[in-house]
Design a protein around this ligand. Structure first.
Ligand SMILES: Cc1cc2nc3c(=O)[nH]c(=O)nc-3n(C[C@H](O)[C@H](O)[C@H](O)COP(=O)(O)O)c2cc1C
Length: 140
C-alpha cells in the first residue's frame, strides 16, 4: 500500500475542500493517507511517504501563505528531490501566477510533479473536486 501525505493550509476553507477531495482520491486508489497542517510537517517526514500533495491558496501578492505554509515549504523543498508530488490551491483575483512560481520552485528542487496542478477560483465546484480526486489518485 502506498503512503500519501496531504499537506495544506486554508484560511476560508476553499483549499481545505480541495484537500478533502485529494485525500478521497488517493484513498479510493488504496493509498494510506495522512493529512497535515503546515505546522505538523517537516523535512524528516518526507522520506516516509511515496507521494505528497501540497495545497495552499494564493496569498499576499501571488505568494504562498507567509506565516506558516511558506516557512514549512522552504524547509521541506530541499528534501523533495526525486519525490512524487502534486500541487493544488484556490485563488481569487489573480491569474494563477503563484502556482506557476510554485511549480518552478518544485522543478528546481528536482521534485517530480506527477500531474498538472489543480487551481480553482474561489470555492471548488463538482468538476474541480473531481480534478482534485484525480490528483490524489495520481499520487497513490
Ligand atoms: C490576504 C489575502 C491575500 C490574497 N492574495 C491573493 C493573490 O495574490 N492572488 C489571488 O489570486 N488571490 C489572492 N487572495 C484570494 C485567495 O487566494 C482566495 O480567497 C482563496 O479562495 C482562499 O483560499 P482558502 O479558502 O483556502 O483560504 C488573497 C486572499 C487574502 C485573504
Amino acid at each position: 500500500m502506498s503512503k500519501v501525505a496531504v499537506v495544506f493550509w486554508s484560511g476560508t476553507g476553499n483549499t481545505a475542500a480541495m484537500a478533502s477531495a485529494v485525500e478521497a482520491g488517493a484513498k479510493d486508489k488504496g493509498a494510506e493517507v495522512s493529512v497535515f497542517g503546515p505546522d505538523e510537517f517537516s523535512p524528516d517526514k518526507v522520506a516516509g511517504f511515496d507521494g505528497i500533495a501540497f495545497g495552499c491558496p494564493a496569498m499576499g501578492s501571488e505568494v504562498l501563505e507567509e506565516s506558516s505554509f511558506e516557512p514549512m515549504f522552504a524547509a521541506v523543498e530541499g528534501a523533495l528531490s526525486g519525490k512524487k508530488i502534486a500541487l493544488f490551491g484556490s485563488y481569487g483575483w489573480g491569474d494563477g501566477q503563484w502556482m506557476r512560481d510554485w511549480e518552478d520552485r518544485c522543478n528546481a528542487a528536482g521534485a517530480s510533479l506527477v500531474c498538472d496542478s489543480v487551481i480553482v477560483n474561489s470555492a471548488p465546484g463538482e468538476d474541480s473536486l473531481e480534478e482534485c480526486k484525480s490528483l490524489g489518485a495520481a499520487l497513490a
